[in-house]
Design a protein around this ligand. Structure first.
Ligand SMILES: Nc1ncnc2c1ncn2[C@@H]1O[C@H](COP(=O)(O)OP(=O)(O)OP(=O)(O)O)[C@@H](O)[C@H]1O
Length: 273
């Protein structure tokens, strides 16, 4: 108040707003708008009533399931652990508060679809077979570790682009990483494995990624359908082991979390020669 009221000559002047003399500083503060009361909330509730927000039974059920799933995940459980209960539709959309998930879904699905169709139609028979094998595992979501070996120029990047555009055109999350920064530039949406998975540097034996069980990155990993790791032979095995341990921990509330890489589908690529 002292910083706002101009030229006071006594304490009462500080409590005088316009022509009104207030008796307490608190009342004067309210009159100046420095303190808030419940009015804004009451007004908001009245406005919401006028919108006549109405949910169908199905929407209400879905929102309730989403809230239950969040509580369960906070306790390392999931609705998927209870086969008799349904899983909420659009759970990923509800999780858009997670900036990392938002970024991974922030693709133009039509553009991705066009890119996919263009890439897919010129796949060789061998590439098509590889694509179908990996996508089958992605659809099942019961885990799977693949290694795509090929000399330089044999079409690995082409395969990554086909897989990534296929999943992104369906608003599904695929994480594309490479062992080196240079190689990650060739991948659509690519990052280094260290930065994407917060792998500690140096990576020691028994290391884990700097990912907390309930943080946004863990949320992103839970929603991820496929991980592509290019130039894998260039990374030390401790880095894969760190990711493997972390994924098991992050996925511990899911039924197949005991399988390798916590039941995620992951494709390593590179030239083994
Ligand atoms: N099925 C295909 N149809 C058309 N072009 C293809 C196909 N497969 C690969 N190519 C092209 O062949 C070239 C080499 O492929 P790509 O870059 O994917 O190989 P790579 O194995 O990733 O090589 P490197 O390891 O050197 O990065 C690229 O220009 C790519 O567009």
């Amino acid at each position: 108040m002292l910083a706002v009221v101009k030229g006071p000559t006594c304490y009462d002047d500080i409590k005088k707003i316009g022509n009104t003399q207030y008796f307490t500083y608190r009342d004067a503060c309210f009159a100046m708008g420095f303190l808030e009361d419940d009015r804004q909330y009451i007004q908001a509730i009245k406005e919401a009533k006028d919108w006549e927000l109405q949910l169908t039974e199905a929407q209400l059920e879905n929102l309730t399931l989403i809230e239950i799933e969040k509580y369960l995940e906070a306790n390392r459980k999931s609705l998927t652990d209870f086969p008799c209960l349904p899983f909420p539709n659009d759970y990923v959309t509800a999780e858009l508060g997670n900036r990392l998930i938002y970024d991974e879904l922030n693709y133009d699905v039509h553009q991705q679809r066009e890119e996919f169709l263009q890439l897919y139609q010129s796949l060789t028979d061998e590439q098509r077979g590889i694509y179908q094998t990996i996508m089958k595992a992605v659809r099942k979501q019961q885990g799977g570790v693949f290694f795509l070996h090929g000399y330089g120029g044999t079409g690995k990047t082409y395969m990554w682009r086909t897989l990534a555009s296929s999943l992104r055109s369906k608003s599904q999350i695929v994480l594309t990483v490479a062992s080196s920064g240079i190689a990650s530039l060739l991948l659509p949406g690519g990052r280094t494995a260290h930065s994407k998975f917060k792998i500690p540097v140096p990576t020691l034996d028994n290391a884990t990624c700097n990912i907390e069980h309930n943080d946004d990155r863990a949320g992103l990993l839970k929603q991820t359908k496929l991980i592509i790791w290019d130039e894998a032979p260039m990374a030390h095995r401790y880095t894969f082991e760190a990711l493997e341990r972390t994924l098991r921990d992050v996925m511990s509330s899911f039924s197949n979390s005991k399988t390798i890489f916590g039941g995620k589908v992951i494709v390593f690529g590179g030239d083994l020669e």
